[in-house]
Design a protein. Structure first.
Ligand SMILES: [Zn+2]
Length: 416
């Protein structure tokens, strides 16, 4: 690599300014961002992003599900590009950094290379993946899941939000149903910068997380069927209480995940009593289960032990419990060569770094199933994310963007 390239640093002030400039699209009074995918605020940020990419000399394509691909030419255009980017949609009470940092840092990398007059050997392509958050439309990581073939475009286009609006209608309403079929843009590899969304880097005093793995995910929809009866006249031993059953299931989930800790988590995040009433013993309760681990054997154990515990609780309480599998995703092991490239970039730049597992799902976890992928994490304050209080320092964001740039330069090569 030329010495200009090896000493290159991104423009920290410019990156910070773009993060705050785009935070106005869907800004909330508490300093967060509400930018649901394919809504009016998402259109605003997409228009801003397309404009910024075109001003930086990139060619922007949009696929049939609205994911945006901004190509920067390389010397050898016969090769597929190195991809970099993340997502610009947020949770309903989201922050300024989740997804946004990775997408705008990718833009900053290109702006920095432009300013330095550096051409890469193979092209670069910035991506804004549609609907990473999964808040308005399920599934989460929708654009990248379709890209890797987990869902067909037609399946995704027919998905509806809570108001009955389909993905197709939402795309059309903001003018982002593109004409390139999903999967058209190929990549030699993909690198995503993201805030950690957890407390590990901050607690460990590290600036850069070299993400080598991502947790597998197991989601169930559960249903408990007991028997509704009078809260005053039904003796305790004769009850078939669905909510009391759920309380045992919640504690079983907690105990099982804790027993496999620290490499496992398990959560019952939703519970709905059918026809709730103060003086009726709950007869039917719906609930959800979310189990995660980066270790496939632990994932299997969580599943097995939870099912056994639930069977025991149901038999003892004479209720019926069903579990419907909603999603099962094996753990991600990011590409070793790309993970090494991230680590070497962090090392060469002199940032304190460590290997880390991603607790959350990311587009790169999907992408890693069809191409080499890796991620760079930076700390966020108190590990808080999916919250308007989400915060990260300018210094850490800058460090992450520099690691992203030098990883990408190492992978794409500098044209001499
Ligand atoms: Zn994200």
């Amino acid at each position: 690599m030329t010495s200009i390239a090896s000493n290159l640093q991104i423009d920290s002030a410019r990156l910070w300014e773009t993060i705050h400039e785009t935070a106005k699209f869907g800004a909330t009074p508490k300093g967060g961002v509400r930018r649901l995918t394919l809504g009016p605020e998402d259109k605003e940020v997409r228009d801003w992003f397309r404009n910024a990419c075109e001003s930086a000399g990139l060619t922007v394509q949009v696929d049939a599900l609205g994911s945006m691909f901004a190509l920067r030419a390389g010397r050898d255009m016969s090769k597929p590009p190195i991809g970099l980017g993340s997502h610009l949609d947020t949770q309903p009470t989201g922050g300024k950094f989740d997804g946004v940092l990775g997408t705008l840092a990718a833009l900053e990398v290109v702006r920095t290379l432009n300013d330095a007059g550096i051409e890469t050997e193979i092209p670069l392509c910035i991506v804004n993946w549609t609907n990473e958050e999964g808040s308005r439309f399920a599934p989460a990581m929708m654009g990248s899941a379709a890209y890797v073939g987990d869902f067909t475009s037609d399946d995704i286009l027919a998905r509806k939000d809570i108001d009955g609006v389909t993905v197709a209608e939402a795309l059309d309403s903001i003018g982002y149903r593109g004409n390139s079929p999903v999967g058209t843009q190929k990549f030699a590899g993909f690198v995503e910068l993201h805030i950690e969304q957890g407390p590990i880097l901050e607690a460990d005093g590290k600036t850069i997380g070299v993400v080598d793995s991502g947790q597998g995910v197991l989601w169930y929809d559960g249903k408990i069927t007991g028997f509704e009866s009078h809260a005053g006249s039904t003796p305790m031993p004769l009850r078939r209480d669905a909510l009391a059953t759920l309380s045992e299931i919640v504690l079983a989930m907690e105990r099982i995940a804790t027993s496999h800790g620290p490499k496992a988590v398990g959560t019952v995040g939703e519970a709905v009593i059918a026809n709730p009433s103060r003086n009726v013993i709950p007869g039917a309760v719906a609930f959800t289960v979310d189990c995660r681990s980066a270790d496939a054997a632990i994932m299997d154990a969580l599943d097995r032990e939870l099912r056994a515990a639930i069977a025991g609780i149901a038999a003892r309480r004479k209720v019926e419990v069903t579990l419907d599998l909603v999603w099962r995703k094996p753990p991600t092991h990011f590409d070793p060569k790309l993970v090494d490239a991230v680590e070497q970039a962090a090392q060469a730049l002199g940032y304190a770094h460590r290997r880390i597992t991603s607790g959350a799902g990311h587009d790169s976890c999907n992408l890693n199933t069809v191409m080499p992928a890796a991620m760079v994490f930076v700390p966020c304050k108190d590990g808080v994310s999916h919250n308007e209080l989400e915060d990260a320092t300018q210094g850490d964001c800058t460090a992450g963007a520099n690691v992203l740039m030098h990883t990408v330069l190492a992978l794409a090569g500098v044209a001499s």
